[in-house]
Design a protein around this ligand. Structure first.
Ligand code: KIV
Ligand code: ZN
Length: 559
């Protein structure tokens, strides 16, 4: 059943479309419209100082085309243009762009703002869509073309009076994707003729906007391919994209349209802009970078860019924003954490196995390229697996949990995370480990154990164990083939638990006088599984017996 209120957009008549078989192999030109389309859609637009800071950041990232405002629309935008020029803030290789409607007095004012500029782009727009012409302006096609042509001639005449400036021209048939393609081509061809001085070296920028995303991305690509194939002097124009994100597909539309032959992309950082925003350039640019394309842009400190944009726009970057979101490179689930860990440790094998320097499960790009760190990759919540939990303890505290103990630890950490109902920090994981395995509450406390070798057979051990059981101190003699087996044999006489100790794992933490031994001891219960205890001491034997006492306390707690 169809919904009569809406209709399926008509396909573009391009049966021999070629773009689906193409790949993006090189970078387009990038143009930031943050200071115009982005700024005009902010609840609190930026003040001039904020705009200047933003402008400088855009230059640092590497943008060569920056739409700095709509100088005829407000005194503030006009003054900002003048400030950029008069205070020499514009790097020599950067073009600043100013938007204007196709109206004579607005064009005069725009060119006024450009005085003394080294390089600039005058950007004029008019809508050739029936929707705009009929419902908004009450214009017909003929008058729309006449306005576009008259405006173009006026811009050219004014630009010609400024020979010291390199002034280029951009024309946008606004709402291109909702306009008749043939008519859009006609108006663009006529504007091209009116400008009259576009060359391959100084092309006219034909910016073809998806002003509102009303169609699927493949339609945009079809329209761009059709336009590129039908424009008479293709080599004298730069075909530029300008997509908005109303259906959430602006990045996809932009990529398909690049495959279809476009040369340039306009957008904003993190997709600021009218309604759902313009296409997000951080995503577009880093998508291409992640596929091995040199984009000429520097996002090696993306956190700084994100922080600056958040501060200046007053709008937060979403947690899951590609590349910049705080969770963009975070693995919560255990299997993902484990896979990331393994992949990172096997990176050296990637070039031979996959023909590329970076190939890691669940991470399509190296976070370090964006100035992000591995330590923050693994986060712990109730879905996290044992591998990730062990990884956090190893990374942050140098504690190497033996494989056999990891499921038990995982259970306790998950239970804790569930009880607090949120993600937990590495410190909290450490506290769970400490409270549960190293110093669990219980009836047993080791007061002292002093093992000494037998006078005749130094491999045989004698000793005395002092233990408090429910605060009552008891002493027993210990004899055995080593300090640990002597301790086990003796303490078994004092506690009501049938257990043995098999292989246990030791680890040194720290160096020199501060070095500590950690002993992870599995207590094997007669017919009833294994419980781990962990002990820490500067002496390895003391660490092991403390681990046994910790294990006994855990058994008492669980029984
Ligand atoms: O979205 C749009 O069509 C625009 C034009 C002014 C280029 O912003
Ligand atoms: Zn726009």
């Amino acid at each position: 059943m169809s919904v009569p209120k809406y209709k399926i957009p008509e396909m573009i008549d391009l049966p021999d479309r070629r773009w689906p078989a193409k790949s993006i192999t090189h970078s387009p030109q990038w143009c930031s419209v943050d200071l115009r389309d982005g700024n005009q859609a902010l609840p609190d637009p930026m003040d001039p100082d904020q705009k200047l800071e933003y402008f400088k950041m855009l230059c640092d990232i590497g943008f060569k085309h920056i739409e700095a405002g709509f100088p005829s629309a407000s005194q503030e935008d006009f003054d900002f243009f003048r400030r950029l020029i008069e205070e020499s803030h514009i790097p020599d290789d950067v073009f600043i762009m100013g938007l204007t409607q196709c109206r004579p007095h607005l064009i005069d004012r725009t060119l006024e703002a450009f005085k003394g500029l080294k390089r600039g782009i005058v950007h004029a727009y008019i809508a050739p869509s029936d929707l705009h012409m009929m419902q908004v302006f009450g214009l017909d096609r003929k008058t729309t073309i006449e306005r576009a042509v008259a405006s173009t001639r006026q811009i050219r005449e004014l630009a010609d009076t400024m020979p010291e400036s390199d002034i280029r021209y951009e024309f946008s048939p606004e709402d291109f994707t909702d306009s008749d393609l043939g008519f859009s081509l006609e108006i663009c061809e006529t504007v091209f003729e009116a400008w009259g001085k576009a060359t391959p070296e100084k092309p006219l920028i034909m910016n073809l906007p998806a002003t509102v995303e009303r169609r699927p991305p493949n339609h945009y690509a079809d329209m761009i391919e059709w336009f590129c194939r039908n424009f008479s002097k293709r080599d004298c124009i730069t075909v530029s994209l300008h997509s908005h994100n109303d259906q959430g597909m602006a990045v996809a539309a932009t990529e398909l349209a690049l495959m279809a032959g476009a040369d340039r992309v306009e957008g904003t950082l993190f997709g600021h802009g009218e309604r759902t925003g313009n296409v997000d350039l951080v995503t577009c640019i880093n998508n291409l970078y992640s596929r091995g394309i040199d984009t000429g842009m520097d996002f090696s400190n993306l956190a700084h860019v994100a922080e600056t944009v958040e501060r200046l726009t007053g709008m937060p970057v979403y947690y899951r924003q590609p590349y910049a979101g705080s969770y963009a490179f975070t693995a919560f689930s255990g299997s993902h954490q484990d896979a990331v860990n393994k992949g990172v440790h096997k990176l050296a094998e990637a070039p031979e196995r996959f023909g590329m320097g970076w190939k890691v499960p669940y991470l399509h790009i190296d976070p370090a390229d964006l100035g992000r760190k591995f330590e923050r990759l693994i986060r712990i919540n109730s879905q996290s697996g044992k591998g990730g939990i062990a990884w956090v303890l190893e990374q942050d505290f140098g504690i190497e949990i033996p494989k056999a103990m990891q499921p038990e630890l995982g259970k306790h950490v998950q239970a804790y995370s569930e009880s607090v109902g949120r993600e937990i920090s590495a410190d909290e994981v450490h506290t769970v480990f400490q409270n549960e395995f190293v110093s669990p509450e219980g009836p047993y406390e080791l007061v002292g154990y002093w093992p000494r070798p037998d006078d005749n057979d130094p491999t045989f051990i004698h000793g005395e164990i002092k233990v408090k059981i429910n605060d009552e101190e008891k002493t027993v003699e210990a004899d055995g083939n080593g300090p640990i087996s002597a301790f086990v044999a003796a303490i078994r006489k004092m506690v009501d638990v049938d257990f043995s100790v098999a292989d246990y794992h030791e680890q040194a933490i720290g160096k020199g006088a501060d070095a500590q031994a950690l002993a992870y001891v599995p207590l094997k219960l007669a017919g009833n599984g294994v419980i781990f205890g962990v002990g820490a001491d500067s002496n390895i034997d003391q660490a092991a017996v403390l681990a046994i006492v910790a294990g006994l306390n855990r058994i008492a707690k669980n029984s």
